[in-house]
Design a protein around this ligand. Structure first.
Ligand code: HEC
Length: 273
């Protein structure tokens, strides 16, 4: 076997091998670029948002975008943690997955009394939630898995004024939502104009009318909500960040392995004919 290996024609084999390596590399590059392609596609989809079609709005987020996840974590701490917890995630894990140093984590994301090993719990007392809102703010660890990331995006973008409600606001995605429009400082206040034609599924939105401006432009607010929804998608399954990164290497390994297996097969079969 060793002898016969030495007597083979080296030139023809080298060309064949080079072709295989080239093909593996090309496929690897395509795979590595795919998150960027996806992000570009979704950004284009985001521009075409129309209020009437709010049910088909897509978050257009990317779990591979660590900067977006970091911004989302900050948004959550500043605007949601007052009421909602993430009871299956520890601060320590969050820092590790999102590349946030322990110092920054402590300074910007953790309450003063919290330890890195603590779960991300809200200090909001459950009983008060029922007394104030009629419903306790739910834990949001699994919200994107139960209702979807796009749903969270739609929910945060479809609050409108409704004086018949105790919170003076209502929501298209969750009719009669007990959650107040907590982001109205950023988004501004908007009124929903419903179409007089009765659709199959209750009220049909015709358009939104801006009643008061917010601190952010519409595009900035969309980005804020996208980052927040992206972060909540990460929280729903923290391993997906690592898994997506690992997938590429597994595929590359399989390609290289296939190449070796093929070489071995060729070696075994060469004397059979
Ligand atoms: C003042 C308290 C409060 C704050 C702050 C708050 N929420 Fe809520 N949230 C609630 C309450 C109460 C509910 C329950 C609503 C219901 O079931 O009617 C809720 C429900 C939700 C739901 C579930 C909706 C559903 O379909 O069941 C999501 C998602 C959500 N909140 C996201 C957020 C996000 C993201 C933030 C931060 C930007 C936030 N909330 C800030 C009180 C709050």
């Amino acid at each position: 076997m060793v002898e016969s290996l030495m007597h083979r024609n080296p030139l023809g084999r080298t060309a064949g091998r080079l072709a295989m390596v080239g093909a593996s590399l090309a496929l690897g590059v395509v795979l590595l670029c795919s998150p960027a392609v996806r992000a570009a596609e979704t950004a284009a989809a985001g521009e075409a948002e129309h209020a009437v079609e709010w049910k088909s709005w897509k978050a257009g987020n990317s779990i591979a975008d660590t900067a977006s996840l970091q911004r989302g974590a900050a948004n959550f701490t500043n605007y949601c943690l007052g009421c909602h917890s993430l009871k299956y995630l520890r601060y320590e894990r969050l820092g590790k997955d999102l590349n946030i140093s322990p110092e920054l984590l402590r300074k910007n994301l953790m309450p003063a009394a919290a330890k890195p090993t603590d779960y991300i719990l809200s200090s909001f007392p459950k009983a008060d939630g029922e007394a104030w809102f009629g419903r306790s703010p739910p834990d949001l660890s699994l919200i994107t898995r139960s209702k979807g990331t796009d749903y969270v995006y739609q929910f945060l973008k479809t609050f409108y004024v409704d004086d018949s409600r105790p919170t003076h606001s209502n929501n298209l995605a969750l009719e009669g939502a007990a959650m107040p429009a907590v982001l109205s400082d950023l988004e501004g206040v908007k009124r929903a104009v419903f179409s007089s034609a009765t659709g199959g599924e209750g009220k049909m939105l015709e358009r939104f009318e801006q009643v008061a401006p917010g601190q952010l432009t519409a595009a900035q607010y969309d980005a804020f909500v996208r980052d927040t929804a992206n972060f909540l998608q990460y929280v729903g399954e923290p391993t997906q960040v690592e898994r997506e990164g690992l997938g590429i290497w597994v595929v590359l390994f399989l390609l290289v392995f296939t190449w070796f297996a093929w070489l071995l097969k060729r070696e075994y079969w060469k004397d059979v004919h």
